[in-house]
Design a protein around this ligand. Structure first.
Ligand SMILES: [Zn+2]
Length: 443
């Protein structure tokens, strides 16, 4: 079978789709006692050596007497020579022509022998280089088991389907071998995989051969990297990707500029006042801290930016939408500094500039992430009285900003109210937002 389709000329199986056919043939073989369905897993074949100069030398020596002999551990690592004049392979690897490198003695018999002229494919190194991240300066060993515990397992692996089929499998394989040998403390080196979506051009995958690639540089030149970055984050679900269009980029430009003007206006204001953060801004701020934190963890970059836009709007309605005569207060500074920290992962240059504008000498990326306060994030509630024909029958708690329609619905849902209304006709509903729902009934 080369592709999925419909079976033909197959007797009783003719007309079945691939999916159905695979199961039906499996069942038949099993009933005949001639076989059974099974799943076979295998690593895709992979080139270990390359005929080229760069890459890690293969630590093997070829001796006419002893055969292929590993380089003794105390002589590792075998380093690439610096004096390579000719990098191109000529039917043999370039290293084969570098006599100072290739000629050595056999570690077993001591007779003249040759080093392996090939180098390892990059896959070999990329399958375990991550194990050096906790301590890249360690020179007595490739990595240290105790150090690995500090950073591993990797929380998040990001890669496309080609990674899932290649690098991820190989590096997991290396990790599992290292685990079995007692060098690596965990069964799995990576805890979670996310496939990034692919950005298409008019529904097609971009490729050089199709000539339909979009270069980011001209956009970058025009709008800057923060806007481009936010635009890519905002334009869709990270794992879904989507079609490239510059249609919405001006909206992001406006948003970034709004944050910039807000930060500049407040930080430069010379009119200092004392005030508290308005309750609606404080609530929005803490809801945003929670949402942005959760969304960033979940790679939901688009929705966290939407929350930041809402927060920015809320701060503007406090500070003054035209930014004329803006006053400065500890409350405003603290609120905007929190906004800066929250936006830093999405628009790092903007955040860093504004952070310094507020007088900080160190980078915003060393500042602690804002703390979420569940109490402050809670919607304020008010007690609503429910009257039927002018008599108080019940009360309920509702969000302070609930609309008249919402309050009416909540009141009519109350059990006491329902029983009072039974068999009667509801003539009129009068709602005073934030206070009372008055029901006029007949019968
Ligand atoms: Zn030998």
């Amino acid at each position: 079978m080369t592709d999925k389709g419909v079976m033909f000329d197959s007797g009783e199986f003719s007309g079945l789709t691939s999916e159905e056919g695979i199961r039906a043939v499996g069942r038949k073989l099993e009933s005949m006692g001639k076989g059974k369905p099974t799943v076979t897993w295998h690593l895709r074949d992979w080139t270990v050596s390359r005929q080229r100069y760069w890459g890690a030398p293969i630590p093997m020596v070829h001796c006419k007497v002893c055969g292929t002999v590993p380089v003794p551990e105390e002589q590792l690592p075998v380093l690439l020579p610096q004096d390579v004049k000719e990098y191109k392979p000529k039917g043999k690897s370039p290293l084969a022509s570098v006599e100072s490198f290739i000629n050595t003695t056999c570690p077993v018999c001591g007779e003249p022998a040759e080093r392996d002229p090939d180098t390892m494919d990059t896959f070999v190194c990329s399958s375990w280089y991550y194990l050096r991240y906790p301590d890249a300066r360690l020179d007595s060993a490739p990595f240290d088991r105790e150090h690995l515990k500090e950073l591993f397992p990797v929380h998040q692996y990001v890669g496309g389907p080609e990674h899932a089929m290649g690098h991820l499998i190989y590096s997991r394989f290396f990790g599992k071998v290292a685990k079995d040998e007692g060098w690596f403390p965990y069964e799995e080196p990576f805890s979670r995989l996310i496939h990034q979506g692919i950005i298409l051009n008019k529904g097609e995958r971009m490729s050089k051969s199709k000539g339909n690639t979009v270069a980011p540089e001209p956009v970058l030149e025009r709008v800057g990297s923060d806007v481009l970055r936010c635009y890519l984050m905002f334009s869709g679900d990270y794992t879904q990707g989507g079609d490239w269009s510059e249609g919405g980029i001006s909206g992001i430009e406006r948003f970034v500029a709004r944050v910039w003007r807000l930060g500049m206006a407040v930080s430069m204001s010379t009119v200092n006042i004392e005030e508290a953060v308005p309750r609606d801004v404080e609530r929005r701020l803490h809801q945003t801290i929670q949402a942005v934190g959760n969304d960033l963890q979940a790679f939901a970059f688009n929705t966290q930016l939407a929350r930041l836009m809402e927060l920015t709007n809320a701060i503007y309605s406090w500070v003054g939408s035209d930014l004329k005569g803006v006053t400065k207060s500890a409350a405003k500074v603290q609120t905007i500094e929190t906004l800066i920290k929250l936006i830093a992962p999405s628009a790092p240059h903007l955040a860093e500039e504004l952070w310094h504008q507020f007088g900080h000498e160190t980078t915003v990326f060393d500042a602690a992430w804002p703390e979420f306060d569940a109490e402050k994030a809670k919607a304020d509630t008010v007690t609503i009285a429910v009257q039927i024909n002018g008599k108080l029958r019940d009360t309920f708690e509702a969000a302070a900003g609930a609309t008249k329609d919402e309050l009416e619905k909540l009141a009519l849902d109350l059990e006491k109210v329902k029983s009072q209304l039974e068999g009667k006709e509801l003539v009129k509903v009068i709602v005073v937002a934030g206070k009372i729902v008055n029901l006029v009934v007949k019968g």
